[in-house]
Write a protein that binds this ligand. Sequence first.
Ligand SMILES: NC(=O)c1ccc[n+]([C@@H]2O[C@H](COP(=O)([O-])OP(=O)(O)OC[C@H]3O[C@@H](n4cnc5c(N)ncnc54)[C@H](OP(=O)(O)O)[C@@H]3O)[C@@H](O)[C@H]2O)c1
Length: 350
Amino acid sequence: MYLNFQHKNSMNKIKTALLGLGNVNLGLLKILRDKRELLRSQYGVEFLITAVADSSGMAVSESGYRYEDLIALKSNKRKVRDLTGFLPDVPSDVLPLHANAELLIESSPVNLTDGNPGLSATKLALNKGWKVVLANKAPMVFAYDELHRLANEHHTRIAFSATVCGGLPVINVLRRDMAGASLRHFKGILNATTNHILKALETGGTMEEAIKEAQRVGAAEADSMHDVKGHDAANKLYIIMKSFTDFTGTIKDIETNGIQNITAEDLALARQRGNTIKLIASAIPQGNTWKLSVKPTEVKANSFLGQCEGWEMGVEFESDLYESISMKIIEEDPLATSAAVLRDMIEVTK
Ligand SMILES: NC(=O)c1ccc[n+]([C@@H]2O[C@H](COP(=O)([O-])OP(=O)(O)OC[C@H]3O[C@@H](n4cnc5c(N)ncnc54)[C@H](OP(=O)(O)O)[C@@H]3O)[C@@H](O)[C@H]2O)c1
């Protein structure tokens, strides 16, 4: 164990605001509860939750809410409006104007109409010099450049590794471990819900049952059609391209088709050809730009992506310096996404 730093004399208490108290932030609270001592001893950090918001509005506490109390609140299907410190008539998108914090964890639902409440709250937080960690892709999809500019202007940081494949460290590997390389080709299965649906269809299940299962385990988007129609995967591809390449286009430049018309018969026929069907996101250089797509694609059943089954997500990067790097994760439980939020929290508050 090489990370056994002793920070007992220099504890950094970070006042933290949580936007959204669903699967991701609830998982985060459980990790913070269970790893309190490890965070103190190895990283010298403690996260004090001074503001929270859900669909009922926001609440604040100067001394901080106990992790256990917030977990109990949501586990009992109660709302933030039931908390001491609830601020009636204050919408969650202006949370940073009413909270005393230095870090925003943005895990509200994806809103592909205007990005809010996440986008507005993220901008306000950066304008106040707060650090921001995102699980929600929408702010990145609507305003990737603007949010980075704001972070620079206010000498603060924004991290978003949880937005792309949850726990799989796609963004971190690209930006940190492949620094200096140029992407030649990218292919990935970026959405576990649709990969689970395809597996279910192949093994005698129905799309409806598979979606229900994804909703039960907390893997599906609040609107599961974002998954099925390929929008979630397209959002992730967009964030990958903005993070690591010279891509200057918009989400509309990604040709997006979902798996809504794929049948068990299509999958069986593909198998007869030694193939399988996956929802593949891909980026191929085309002249001085990129050909970007998310679509159901027949791939060799024994290839790396062909063997990413069910709850797995996988990526393949080909670059000029590293030839080919492939990696995958099994992510049925959103806890790995909560953990990805935590790794970003540790990183931005170092
Ligand atoms: N689950 C995953 O595996 C996963 C993986 C990667 C990224 N993400 C992203 O992480 C985000 C959160 O996912 P999740 O699974 O935690 O979603 P979720 O379980 O649906 O939770 C969403 C939370 O946001 C709250 N909310 C809804 N409208 C709001 C508003 N206007 N203002 C403030 N809060 C509001 C909800 O309130 P109530 O509690 O009152 O309903 C709920 O607490 C999403 O953007 C998702 O795309 C999720």
